[in-house]
Design a protein around this ligand. Structure first.
Ligand SMILES: NC(=O)C1=CN([C@@H]2O[C@H](COP(=O)(O)OP(=O)(O)OC[C@H]3O[C@@H](n4cnc5c(N)ncnc54)[C@H](O)[C@@H]3O)[C@@H](O)[C@H]2O)C=CC1
Ligand SMILES: O=C(O)[C@H]1O[C@H](OP(=O)(O)OP(=O)(O)OC[C@H]2O[C@@H](n3ccc(=O)[nH]c3=O)[C@H](O)[C@@H]2O)[C@H](O)[C@@H](O)[C@@H]1O
Length: 446
């Protein structure tokens, strides 16, 4: 098949590359000229395991262009995979999606299957349809098109794997030929375990929000339980195992931590709250999910202030991990942003180490924060610091050399935002070890 994918971010670039891997001809389109020039020269704009190799492997079936007309000269399927960031009131900003829809209407030269992969509120397909039709009317054209909803469920850090081996594909259509086309396109991806679920467009659009909101709810739920564990003197690590062993609950997505981040959970929870609010429904569970998460990002700073006092002037903290999760350089809504801001505004200095996100931190998120120094190695970052704060659970932080940590730090103190280590063995080694949701540690703040 001949496929255009507009937007070469995490979703567009990964799915375009995976379509090429399955033998399709793919045109990846982006308005960012620098990104496209880089991609034409083999420079991958994001860190995503396995992506660079897959792009290289499929280079004869992948083209990178800035002009959508060039792609639509050949392609008859056009995916929309641009960002839908939160607008000022938290609702999804559809301006990029609708701009792409207009450009499809201007550029299409044959029947087009327009497939929305961006996460969009129910009703967006109608707006996409109107934007395309408007341009066709201006052209006096009677070309026809289908609009399809095909939300994406990949996770950053495992995006290539998730895309090549999806646990399900959701397709929302309103014509049989669109449903058949999507089924043919995805057949090669679904040979082992996958399922393709066909439904109406509104249900497909809603499925994406429901999935992300359910996952975010699980995380806020366990974080709330963690806070209660601290108050009653229980250990959330044991409670997690205890509830996870019930298959109706399961072990996944109930890891307590310093709050969920990333480009999707925060914005999608907010967007569904706004959508329902606009229709007169107060989404109380989702509001609580968001409020618990905002508060959870302060769990470590609260603990640190309780330990050292309101002023942190003269103290140095090592932060291991800046990205919102391991295996990505993405720092959108990362807990590190809140934690480091809270520490440095109280006068602390931060030594930061992240295996991938340093450049993003330096150039985008902490550009103006002079209290942060970056290090190339995790042990170098510890030297002369008063405590280690673990923010992101990269694998290289899982079993570090604790003797070396002790030698490097001024005091053997660890604040663990991901509950990675064995409390008993650390305490035997002389560490003061703080975790989320363990013991009678809960600290009220604000
Ligand atoms: N990042 C993720 O893990 C996932 C994201 N999603 C959803 O997929 C959508 C895309 O997300 P990301 O890939 O993270 O976004 P991104 O921000 O990484 O990339 C979006 C790309 O679209 C380009 N773009 C914007 N307007 C354009 C236009 N008019 N013409 C051509 N290119 C244009 C931008 O230059 C950028 O390269 C969002 O709706 C997101 O919620 C869904 C599943 C997973
Ligand atoms: O719509 C999206 O963009 C994607 O959002 C999430 O994927 P992603 O944001 O890449 O990462 P996750 O692995 O879901 O982690 C999100 C955040 O939750 C946190 N988390 C996750 C799991 C957990 O048990 N506890 C926890 O605190 C992580 O640390 C991270 O900050 C979903 O998992 C994907 O299915 C979805 O496609």
């Amino acid at each position: 098949m001949k496929i255009a994918v507009v937007g070469t971010g995490y979703v567009g670039l990964v799915s375009g590359t995976c379509f090429a891997e399955m033998g399709n001809d793919v045109w990846c389109v982006d308005k960012d000229e620098e990104k496209i020039a880089g991609l034409q020269n083999g420079v991958i704009p994001i860190f995503e395991p396995g992506l660079k190799e897959l792009v290289q492997k499929n280079s004869d079936r992948l083209r990178f262009v800035t002009d959508i007309s060039e792609a639509l000269q050949e392609a008859n399927i056009c995916f929309i995979a641009v960002g839908t960031p939160p607008g000022e009131d938290g609702s999804a900003d559809l301006s990029a999606v609708l701009a792409v829809a207009s450009s499809i209407g201007k550029a299409m030269v044959r029947h087009m299957f327009v497939v929305d992969k961006s996460t969009v509120p129910v009703g967006t397909s109608r707006k996409v349809r109107q934007a395309i039709q408007h341009e066709l009317n201006l052209r006096g054209s009677n070309l026809t098109f289908d609009v399809i909803s095909n939300p994406e469920f990949l996770k950053e850090g495992t995006a290539v794997h998730d895309c090549l081996l999806p646990d399900r594909i959701i397709v929302g259509t309103d014509t049989d030929k669109a449903a058949r086309l999507m089924s043919d396109l995805y057949k090669p991806f679904l040979r082992s375990t996958g399922r393709l679920l066909q439904m109406d467009i509104a249900s497909a659009e809603m499925t994406k929000y429901a999935a992300n909101c359910m996952l975010a709810t699980k995380i806020s739920f366990i974080n709330e339980i963690a806070n209660i564990c601290e108050l009653v003197g229980a250990d959330v690590n044991k409670v997690r195992m205890g509830i996870g062993s019930d298959p109706r609950i399961g072990y996944s997505f109930i890891f307590p931590g310093c709050g969920y981040g990333g480009s999707c959970f925060p914005k999608d929870v907010q967007a569904l709250i706004r959508t329902s609010g606009g229709l007169g429904y107060d989404a109380r569970i989702l509001q609580a999910v968001e409020a618990v998460n905002e508060s959870q990002k302060l769990a470590l700073p609260r603990r640190i202030v309780a330990r050292y006092g309101e002023s942190l002037t003269g103290l140095h903290f090592t932060c291991w991990g800046l990205s919102f999760k391991p295996d990505t350089d993405d720092m959108r809504c990362a807990a590190s942003l809140v934690i480091i801001d809270e520490l440095t505004k109280r006068g602390a200095k931060v030594h930061a180490y992240d295996p991938q996100a340093e450049k993003v931190a330096r150039t985008i998120y902490f550009r103006d924060n002079e209290s942060i120094e970056y290090f190339d190695g995790k042990y170098d970052a510890l030297k002369g610091c008063d405590a280690l704060i673990l923010i992101t659970e990269w694998k290289e932080f899982r079993s570090p050399d604790f003797e070396r940590i002790k030698e490097c730090l001024r005091e053997p103190v660890i604040f663990d935002g991901r509950n990675q280590y064995e409390a008993e063995s650390l305490q035997e080694m002389g560490f003061e070890y703080h975790q989320i949701g363990v013991g009678d540690n809960f600290v009220e703040w604000r």
